[in-house]
Design a protein around this ligand. Structure first.
Ligand SMILES: NC(=O)C1=CN([C@@H]2O[C@H](COP(=O)(O)OP(=O)(O)OC[C@H]3O[C@@H](n4cnc5c(N)ncnc54)[C@H](O)[C@@H]3O)[C@@H](O)[C@H]2O)[C@@H](O)CC1
Ligand SMILES: [K+]
Length: 477
């Protein structure tokens, strides 16, 4: 499991550790890890041209000490000081002793243009808002440069706690972060600015409960159901799919496609698209009666392509088994009926649907994904999976939010969400909790999307067909 902790927690752990260590020791640990990552990226340090962008805090101090290490190995290092009188004094002295030089911001453009490597030490966890006006031109110069860009702790200008980017921020190829991942490094839009992320341990002792967690292969493998020898289809769970309409039969077919790959013993379909479903998947149990009379299920999926069928949504919500609500179902579900449920509920909106549920603009959700998913989970008393390139899953009762690390932008394709809801519903029927079902499904679905895409556009159907391959990849490790 990869975990991320917010700024306040990191600060407290740093204080506690600093009290036990000689002064400056933590910064030296950070700088050593940073310099090593830079050296790996450069390949040959001797003779390389390195530019440090140095702000007024300790983030700039890290950059200066790392620059000093690189200078001692023969790099030509120039530090651009954004606030010369407030630059980290010890770091600046170390850089000068090692043969590096410091310049003002006016010289930055030309240096950046000719650099092999730029270190962004403008601002780290002490940053507020996007980059200040005096730092903005630097971000432009960095974006135009051919140099590799390494962000120190965080790309400057992104919000460490939320992943928000309000205004200009530095775009890095690599972020070297200290002590722990910060939530912003794992959540879009900030995640995109971070490039790949390397964690340098500095010995922080962190609390048991993180802000954010990202499942890895081994975690998902532990969650996935394995049929026992005596299993029959009912013991493995039957998932009911109440989806599709005369207008949107495809949503039903795709939700069933996902459900068939999710480990439930059987898939039961109710709705007007039975013909289309059975033609494509003859193994489906198709019923032409409403959910209440369709026969036993261990979990329901309701909503994909449902059009305006509010009665079916209400009937499913009244069932005393886990329910996944997606797409049209989110709009049709009575909030009070969702809150009144006793069995687990999982809602799976994309940003637009989440915005409608919260009564805000879509870009507010896209920029503040973490707070949006938490807010929805609290309002509805339900687990919420907020879809996107970094899908988030929040539990009804709070606690760490899960972020899915396998997403790919190729998954933003029509019907891909229907496949996901079927898959997650199947895992609910197999007995996983709402958060586990949602996060394991997002993981498999993302991986299946990557396998199917392999660098090219894909349709939702291709994704469903690669779920089995993703499952195998996960359980084989
Ligand atoms: N505390 C420690 O022991 C350690 C801290 N480390 C480094 O220290 C950093 C935190 O240092 P600080 O607390 O000094 O804070 P930062 O260096 O992150 O930033 C604070 C400074 O940036 C300015 N600033 C704030 N918002 C800005 C913006 N939007 N645009 C431009 N300037 C802005 C502030 O005026 C302040 O002077 C971490 O990110 C990490 O890089 C590491 O050395 C590891 C050890
Ligand atoms: K930075």
């Amino acid at each position: 499991m990869r975990t991320a902790y917010g700024v306040e927690t990191v600060r407290a752990a740093e204080r506690e550790l600093m009290a036990r260590l000689p002064e400056g020791a933590l910064m030296q640990r950070a700088a050593a890890g940073l310099a090593a990552a830079c050296a790996d990226l450069l390949g040959r340090v001797y003779g390389s041209r390195v530019v440090l962008l140095v702000g007024s805090g300790d983030n700039g101090g890290d950059a200066l000490y790392a620059g000093a290490r690189l200078a001692r190995r023969g790099a030509g290092v120039s530090a651009v000081l954004l606030a010369p009188e407030r630059a980290h004094a010890g770091g600046l002295a170390a850089l000068r002793r090692a043969g590096g030089r410091a310049v003002g911001a006016e010289a930055a453009g030309e240096l950046i243009e000719r650099a092999d490597l730029v270190l962004d030490g403008i601002v780290g966890i002490g940053g507020k808002g996007g980059l200040r006006p005096e730092a903005e031109p630097l971000a432009g110069a960095v974006a135009r440069a051919r140099a590799a860009v390494v962000a120190v702790d965080l790309p400057s200008g992104v919000d460490a706690d939320t992943g928000e980017v309000r205004g200009t921020a530095i775009r890095a190829d690599l972020t070297v972060t200290f002590g722990t991942h910060k939530p912003g490094l794992l959540i879009d839009p900030a995640r995109e600015y971070a490039g790949s992320v390397r964690l340098v341990g500095i010995g922080l002792e962190l609390p048991a409960e993180p802000e954010l967690e990202a499942l890895q292969h081994a975690d998902v493998a532990r969650l996935l159901p394995v049929p026992a020898a005596e299993s029959d289809k009912y013991r493995r769970g039957v998932v009911g799919i109440a989806a599709g309409s005369a207008r949107y039969p495809g949503a039903a077919v795709l939700a069933v496609a996902g459900a068939l790959r999710g480990g439930a013993g059987a898939v039961r379909y109710v709705g007007p698209a039975g013909q289309a479903v059975i033609a494509r998947f003859p193994e489906t149990l198709v019923s032409d009666r409403g959910p209440e009379h369709a026969g036993r299920v261990q979990a329901w999926v309701v909503g994909p392509g449902a059009g305006d069928d509010a009665a079916t949504v209400a009937e499913v919500l009244a069932a005393d088994v886990p329910v996944l609500i997606d797409a049209d179902g989110l709009r049709l579900a009575e909030p009070s009926a969702v809150r009144a449920r006793r069995a687990p509920t999982l809602m799976t909106p994309h940003a637009g649907e989440a915005a409608a549920l919260l009564g805000v603009e879509r870009n507010e959700v896209e920029n503040g994904r973490l707070s949006a998913v938490r807010e929805l989970a609290a309002r509805y008393g339900a687990a919420v999976l907020l879809k996107g390139s970094t899908t988030l899953v929040a539990d009804a009762g709070g606690g760490p939010v899960r972020v899915n690390p396998t997403g790919t932008s190729w998954l933003a394709t029509a019907g891909s969400g229907d496949v996901l809801s079927g898959l997650a519903g199947s895992l609910l029927a197999a007995g996983l909790s709402a958060v586990d079902a949602g996060s394991a499904a997002a993981y498999l679905h993302g991986l299946a999307g990557r396998f199917a895409a392999d660098g090219a556009p894909v349709g939702a159907h291709d994704v469903a067909e690669r779920i089995a391959a993703a499952w195998r990849d996960v359980v084989r490790g």
